[in-house]
Design a protein around this ligand. Structure first.
Ligand SMILES: CC(C)(COP(=O)(O)OP(=O)(O)OC[C@H]1O[C@@H](n2cnc3c(N)ncnc32)[C@H](O)[C@@H]1OP(=O)(O)O)[C@@H](O)C(=O)NCCC(=O)NCCS
Length: 439
């Protein structure tokens, strides 16, 4: 065996992967890929080696696959033309024969690769048992805008219990793009639809979708993290390639259905699945449900929550007292951080437009949520509001958080730096320090 070219880098990488190894054991991952991956022999062999590694780490794996290029090849060989509408195949009786052939051949090929075990190969010692079966109930897609899709179907139900039983027994479950209807018919399904439905039925921890193109910025840089909301916004932008849009829609439905995370992984990147799962920044795009916490402008219903947050700070003199009535009048000035329905942070901006200044006030973060950057984000939100109103300087009065303001770009100033109207309200007994920030 050759010497490792960079042993130290290897050791560092291996150690960095340790937390993921612990976190993933016993978790359920559904991996979906199109038939293109299977068609590219060397890439697919490496991918199977990676699956073998994931299985060895105790991850419960479901592999969902499609067969578009294989079906296409058979149709072409028989001199038949495929018909598509809305990016989906119209599966007529002749195509259905090709669909069945492709599914059969792929199953055998995938099972064969997963059964390798030659010594001195990445599969040495691997004993992956593969289960496959009639887990999907399908229904016809039907007639859409006047087009009868015939044997093209959609997932009606997934037998999650049956799949889970195999996973429990340590087997890898293979789910092809084929479903059966209670009438005994066979339907050709989109693998993205199958992967999404299986992940939801199993409440999978992760759904990995291998795609051709990752979501990217306008400059073409890949987006490594997206919230569901950002992904939705992306979908609304014109010019999304149809397949990328379909994958993104599946990802969003999976998240809405309770799947923990969806990862889009570039199909052509060697080891892309491993890099995405075991490195911090990943190489694909991780899509998460919208974060539990949310920073947003306050609404009148938030007043109870804001009072609960600031009352203890008013009691110890950190914040100036504000009554419910005052808050009702000034609620439009507030930004809040809500966590799972509870107000855990707030701040307000009081503009003095004539002087192009604004007061950043009533900043509070609940004790158990401090040091997580919420204070800073509240400042940023108020600053953005101020900038929109052409404000040039922010000022703040504080008795207890002087250093927080210094750390966030404020400089100590004299009371005379305040707008006149505010100077007249300055409470000399309280003796707050004045801080100023140019924005
Ligand atoms: C001040 C406050 C809003 C900061 O909220 P936060 O979400 O914890 O702030 P961030 O996470 O953005 O910043 C945390 C950093 O500020 C520091 N910090 C927090 N409170 C501070 C204070 N009173 N004085 C100086 N530094 C402070 C933390 O030590 C931390 O520093 P580090 O990153 O170097 O460890 C929060 O501590 C609070 O609600 N305090 C009580 C109310 C208050 O004093 N409000 C200001 C009145 S004007």
């Amino acid at each position: 065996m050759g010497r490792l070219p960079h042993p130290q880098a290897f050791v560092r990488w291996f150690r960095q992967a340790a937390p993921y190894v612990h976190a993933f054991r016993g978790r359920t991952f559904v991996i979906g890929c199109g038939g293109e991956l299977v068609a590219e022999k060397t890439r697919f062999v490496s991918f199977v080696h990676d699956l073998n590694l994931l299985a060895a780490l105790g991850i419960r794996l479901v592999l969902v696959h499609g067969a578009r290029p294989q079906i296409e090849a058979e149709m072409r060989a028989k001199g038949r033309r495929s018909r598509f509408a809305r990016g989906l195949r119209i599966t007529d009786a002749a195509s259905l024969v090709a669909v069945k052939h492709a599914a059969g051949v792929l199953r055998v090929e995938i099972e064969a690769l997963l059964s390798q075990g030659l010594p001195n190969s990445p599969m040495a010692g691997a004993r992956i048992r593969v289960a496959s079966g009639n887990y999907l109930t399908a229904r016809p897609l039907g007639v859409l805008h006047g087009t009868d899709f015939q044997f093209t179907g959609e997932v009606r139900k997934v037998d999650g219990t049956a799949i889970a039983r195999h996973l429990e027994a340590g087997e890898l479950v293979l789910v092809p793009h084929i479903g059966y209807s209670p009438t005994g018919e066979v339907f050709n399904l989109a693998w993205e639809d199958v992967a999404e439905s299986v992940a939801i039925a199993l409440r999978a921890d992760k759904l990995l979708l291998l795609t051709d193109k990752l979501p990217a910025t306008r400059r073409g840089e890949p987006l490594h993290e997206l919230t569901a909301r950002a992904a939705e916004a992306l979908l609304k932008k014109p010019g999304q390639p149809p397949h990328a849009a379909r994958v993104l829609k599946s990802a969003l439905r999976a998240l809405a259905g309770g799947v923990g995370r969806v990862h889009l992984v570039a199909r052509r990147a060697d080891g892309g699945t491993l890099l995405e799962l075991f490195t911090h920044s990943g190489v694909g795009t991780m899509i998460t449900a919208d974060p539990l916490e949310q920073l947003r402008p306050a609404r009148i219903e938030d007043i109870g929550g804001i009072l609960a947050l600031i009352e203890p700070l008013e009691a110890d003199g950190t914040l100036v007292k504000r009554s419910r009535e005052l808050l009702e009048r000034e609620i439009g000035n507030f930004e809040v951080v809500e966590h799972d329905g509870v107000i855990v942070g707030c701040a307000a901006l009081y503009p003095f437009p004539a002087e192009k200044r604004a007061e950043f006030a009533c900043l509070a973060v609940a004790p158990e949520y401090r040091d997580a950057g919420y204070g800073e984000r509240l400042l940023q939100a108020c600053q953005a509001r101020a900038e929109a109103q052409k404000i040039r300087r922010l000022f703040a009065l504080t008795t207890r958080a002087a250093h927080w303001f210094i750390a966030h770009g404020f400089r100590e100033a004299d009371v005379s730096a305040l707008p006149e109207r505010r100077q007249s309200l300055y409470n000399w007994r309280r003796g707050s320090k004045v801080f100023l920030k140019r924005i």
